[in-house]
Design a protein around this ligand. Structure first.
Ligand code: RFL
Ligand code: PHB
Length: 402
């Protein structure tokens, strides 16, 4: 098989890239190791930045999001038994966020791709990247029938998440990787309860952090800080609810409770691979960087990466130059490090830990007091949470779908 761009991974990065390329008349093939049902059913992110929402709308895949998603104009920070609202719209000149689940974005992008009669090969394995230093790289893999396949292309884009093979194909000596692993994990639940609050609540508590989020008026998404090595089998539904009550209930307010329909534990890390390009291989999304979920940035960063990359690839085919492509890592890393700082900061001020000294605990509370009492500090949080503007303006073909 031959195509212009071979994409590994059908997560938000890979699907959005193929969509943007398609709008610019550039061919791509996506290969994905899981099934369509699995990628469309995996519960992950919930918060979309203003720029992500704008891009989905501008490129014709935002219709269901606008109908079924929920616009939030702020968040609540809870500490010392009180809630404090951070008003994004007021602090950022009208910017907002959208709560719309990642797997719904995935469904919308898969539907757009299939409607355009473009290919996604699911259930592939044994993926190998070959000749990435040449101008004709290849992807070798085994398809779902067990047959060996080869995709010859001009570019390979590794959108295969943190554990995929793309990043590992860059020689170790050429990779600069920086990371921090946190002693915190998140136990996430999906529960059938009425909506808790019109906006998300980030709660600091001496027993640990809790986050109250939402999916629909009758389905809620909540998280509890736990030991990342803990086993979900240790957490009965009763234990989860009693821990959530202990961390978020306030005088005169009790968290609504209901059946838990899904629960799991994820660990947290910050990671940046500063080499986002090697030869004709480009990395995008979680393949190149991971943020702890406290800042709600991972999916949004993935979309921002491919927004830059799609324009670099267009410039290559239309104008025969690589000006944007040559600066791809540099352009993306500026935003990535800003998101890393914000996610690290949100994580550090909100999670508690028995190893914290009373001094560190005092500083956390003072950070929270500062951000809820100083307009400048609140504006900084708001500006980062709603997301920084894209580095490059949208190209006219991207806008033509409006
Ligand atoms: P993904 O989504 O991991 O997709 C990678 C895809 O590649 C496939 N793959 C392969 N395919 C072919 N061959 C191979 N050898 C392959 N190996 C892997 C995988 O099956 C998969 O389909 O990466 P991508 O596209 O870069 O997207 C990143 C986002 O998924 C991630 O950053 C977010 O989920 C992070 N995140 C959040 N981000 C936000 O912007 N807002 C949020 O509110 C938010 N909340 C969260 C989150 C992540 C969480 N977890 C589970 C860590 C909340 C949580 C709890
Ligand atoms: C979610 O709704 O899944 C969610 C919300 C905010 C975060 C992370 C996840 O910071």
């Amino acid at each position: 098989m031959r195509t212009q761009v071979g994409i590994i991974g059908a997560g938000p990065a890979g699907l959005m890239l193929s969509h943007l390329l398609h709008l610019q008349g550039i061919e791509s093939i996506i290969i994905e190791s899981r099934s369509r049902e699995e990628i469309e059913g995996t519960i992950r992110a919930g918060v979309l930045e203003q720029g992500t929402v704008d891009l989905l709308n501008a490129t014709g895949v935002g219709e269901r999001m606008m109908r079924e998603g929920h616009v939030h104009e702020g968040i609540e920070l809870q500490f010392n038994g009180n809630r404090h609202r951070i008003d994004f719209a007021e602090l950022t000149g009208g910017k907002q966020i959208m709560v719309y689940p990642q797997h719904e974005v995935i469904k919308d992008l898969v539907a757009a791709r299939l409607k355009a009669n473009r290919t996604i090969f699911f259930n592939v394995c044994d993926v190998k990247l070959v000749n990435i230093e040449s101008t004709q790289p290849k992807i070798e893999y085994t398809n779902e029938l067990g047959e060996s396949q080869v995709i010859e292309c001009d570019f390979i884009v590794g959108c295969d998440g943190f554990h995929g093979p793309s990043r590992q194909s860059i020689p170790k000596s050429k990779r600069v990787e920086k990371q921090q692993i946190y002693p915190f994990g998140w136990l996430g639940i999906i529960a059938e309860t009425p909506q808790v609050n019109p906006e998300l609540i980030y709660a600091h508590h001496e027993r640990g952090f809790a986050l109250l989020s939402t999916r629909t008026p009758s389905i809620q998404r909540h998280y509890l800080q736990v030991d990342p090595k803990d086993d979900i089998a240790n957490w009965s539904d009763d234990r989860i609810w009693s821990e959530l009550h202990a961390r978020v209930d306030m005088e005169g307010w009790t968290l609504p409770q209901g059946p838990i329909i899904q629960k799991n534990i994820v660990s947290m890390r910050s990671f940046v691979c500063e080499t986002m390009q090697y030869g004709r291989l480009y990395l995008a999304g979680d393949a190149a960087h991971i943020v702890p979920p406290t800042g709600a940035k991972g999916l949004n960063l993935a979309v921002a990466d491919v927004q830059v990359l799609s324009q670099g690839i267009r410039e290559f085919y239309e104008q025969g130059n690589q000006n944007i492509l040559q600066k791809y890592s540099q352009t993306c890393l500026k935003r990535i490090w800003r998101a890393q700082r914000f996610s690290w900061w949100m994580t550090t001020i909100l999670h508690t830990n028995q190893n914290h000294s009373p001094f560190e605990y005092g500083i956390q509370l003072t950070e929270l007091d500062n951000v809820t009492s100083s307009r400048n500090a609140a504006a900084n949080l708001a500006e980062n949470y709603v997301g920084l503007p894209f580095e490059l303006p949208l190209y006219k073909h991207e806008l033509s779908q409006k």
